[in-house]
Design a protein around this ligand. Structure first.
Ligand code: FAD
Ligand code: NDP
Length: 447
């Protein structure tokens, strides 16, 4: 008779929890996964997937203009928000089903409900006690709003995916991934869009050239960027909202969306009572094998507050399962994590920003290029592509690759492989380009 009901109980059926559970089951573990909402978590239901579908929709705005330059007559296209929302919801439901099937096929038992940790080996779900040798907290994050009067009148990205109608005017607060992506989505779909950011530059932590180029592109496309400004209070005024900024400036908008960061989702989990150490911002404290202060309780993904990206949660989940059930102690290498922002144009980046490289290396060489892509010659689009390599002068190793332009994520993904292999600038230079592409510019950059 086994001592516990399961070998692993996972709390949270998002990117990290599902991957850990499936890998654990494939290694022979008896696994239950508890999920209180829809399978797939943030990425599938209110993150990467619906966001990118909306981003594709917004991209058509300029595609129609480009098509005309190539001889296509596109008479007055009209956009139907409800049709997009319904199509998106249908796709998300399909994905929820795919996740249920993947888990079922792997032999993972899915338990519906909200889990609370009772002790080092037990959780409670809807009055039922379930026990396991190991518990995994993979409960993700939740959006936070600034603590200002009237903040409840604004929405977060969670609600943005379900708007009944598109507003005429949208005001976004924040200067990170979500603010920038939704600025492009709303603006592309014809909404008069304003972005208010407390910093003097968007995208803190990204290469500064990248942030500046993207800001220029957003402005060129008609997004109003208000930097060094923060909302101080919000009030309803007739059918609209009045947002007063700390500077005293007043803005009227039909929609206010906060994209001011996400915090670990640990409310009501019973972590502290179980002895699990939690940081001030709510992040579950784990070691490099994802083990918490209670040796049988582990955590991966957004809830550990390291890198809030789906592929990172997936990698952490797989590493944990291999550690616990594969006899293969594993962790994730957090260097050179590539990432993309699906604004218009896209941002893609991997490795060190120039300022970070200058802090860490005695001498750094920087190569940049800004050019109009071939497609723009006939379309007439004024947007430029920007690419940049940051190189350690001593070893010639490429430390960072950055891009603003169409399909930047697709291009940077390949460069991330090269950088993980320690590629030098000389090796980039001896690589034959694919002509005519934007990507070839990365192998023809000269000082
Ligand atoms: P989640 O996916 O959030 O899953 C946690 C799950 O736990 C949820 O399903 C929740 O319902 C469940 N849960 C919570 N508490 C309990 C409980 N007590 N009992 C049972 N279940 C519980 N990342 C990218 O890489 N690319 C992108 O393009 C991208 N776009 C994004 C866009 C938006 C708008 C947002 C918000 C995020 C985006 N992300 C993106 C980030 C990505 O979604 C997260 O990093 C990823 O989902 C984290 O996975 P996770 O497993 O840690 O948590
Ligand atoms: P980010 O951390 O990227 O950005 C938060 C922004 O809000 C920052 O500009 C921050 O300013 C600002 N901010 C924070 N608090 C306040 C405040 N009280 N008042 C005014 N401004 C404030 O978070 P997001 O919410 O955009 O996204 C959460 C995470 O989800 C991302 O970090 C990313 O990891 C992930 N994500 C990934 C995507 C992708 O891969 N394409 C897309 C969307 C999300 P400051 O810089 O000054 O701190």
């Amino acid at each position: 008779m086994p001592r516990y009901d399961y070998d692993l109980i996972t709390i949270g059926g998002g990117s990290g929890g599902v991957r850990a559970s499936r890998v654990a089951a494939s290694l022979g573990a008896r696994v239950a996964l508890v999920e209180t909402a829809a399978l797939g978590g943030t990425c599938v239901n209110a993150g990467c997937i619906p966001k990118k579908l909306f981003s594709y929709a917004a991209g058509f705005a300029s595609d129609f203009g480009d098509a005309a330059g190539y001889g296509w007559q596109v008479p007055g296209p009209r956009f139907d928000w409800k049709a997009l929302r319904i199509a998106k919801d249908r796709e998300i439901s399909r994905l929820n089903g795919v996740y249920a099937k993947l888990l079922g096929d792997a032999g993972v038992q899915v338990v519906e409900g909200r889990a609370m940790i009772r002790d080092a080996h037990a959780v409670e779900v809807a009055g039922r006690r379930l026990s396991a040798e190991h518990l995994l907290v993979a409960t993700g994050g939740r959006a936070v709003r600034p603590d200002i009067p009237g903040a409840e009148l604004g929405i977060t990205s969670d609600e943005a995916f379900h708007l009944e109608a598109l507003p005429c005017r949208a005001l976004l607060v924040g200067g990170g991934y979500i603010a920038v992506e939704f600025a492009s989505i709303f603006s592309g779909l014809g909404v008069e869009t304003t972005l208010v950011h407390r910093g003097s530059r968007l995208l803190r932590g990204f290469d500064e050239d990248i942030a500046d180029v993207l800001s220029g592109e957003l402005r060129r496309q008609g997004v109003t960027l208000l930097l060094d400004e923060s909302p101080a209070r919000v009030a309803r005024e007739g059918g609209a909202l009045r947002v007063t900024l700390a500077s005293g400036r007043e803005l009227a908008s039909d929609l206010l969306m906060f994209a001011t960061g996400r915090r670990p989702n640990i409310k009501g989990l019973g972590l502290e009572a179980a002895g699990v150490a939690v940081a001030k911002n709510g992040a579950v404290q784990v070691d490099d094998r994802y083990r918490s202060a209670v040796p049988s309780v582990h955590a991966v993904g957004d809830v550990i507050g390291r890198v809030q990206l789906t592929p990172v949660a997936l990698a952490e989940g797989a590493a944990l399962a291999r550690t616990l059930f594969g006899g293969q102690p594993s962790t994730v290498d957090y260097a050179n994590i590539p990432t993309a922002i699906f604004s218009h144009p896209h941002v893609g980046t991997v490795g060190l920003a120039e300022d970070e490289a200058r802090r860490r290396f005695p001498e750094v060489k920087v190569y940049r290029s800004s050019f109009r892509p071939l497609k723009a010659t006939l379309s007439g689009d004024a947007g430029k592509v920007f690419i940049k390599l940051v190189v350690d002068a001593a070893s010639d190793r490429v430390l960072g690759a950055h891009m603003v332009g169409a399909e930047a994520g697709e291009i940077i993904q390949g460069l991330a492989v090269a950088m993980n292999c320690g590629a030098t600038k000389a090796q980039f230079d001896t690589t034959i380009g694919i002509h005519p592409t934007t990507a070839e510019e990365f192998v023809t950059l000269r000082g």
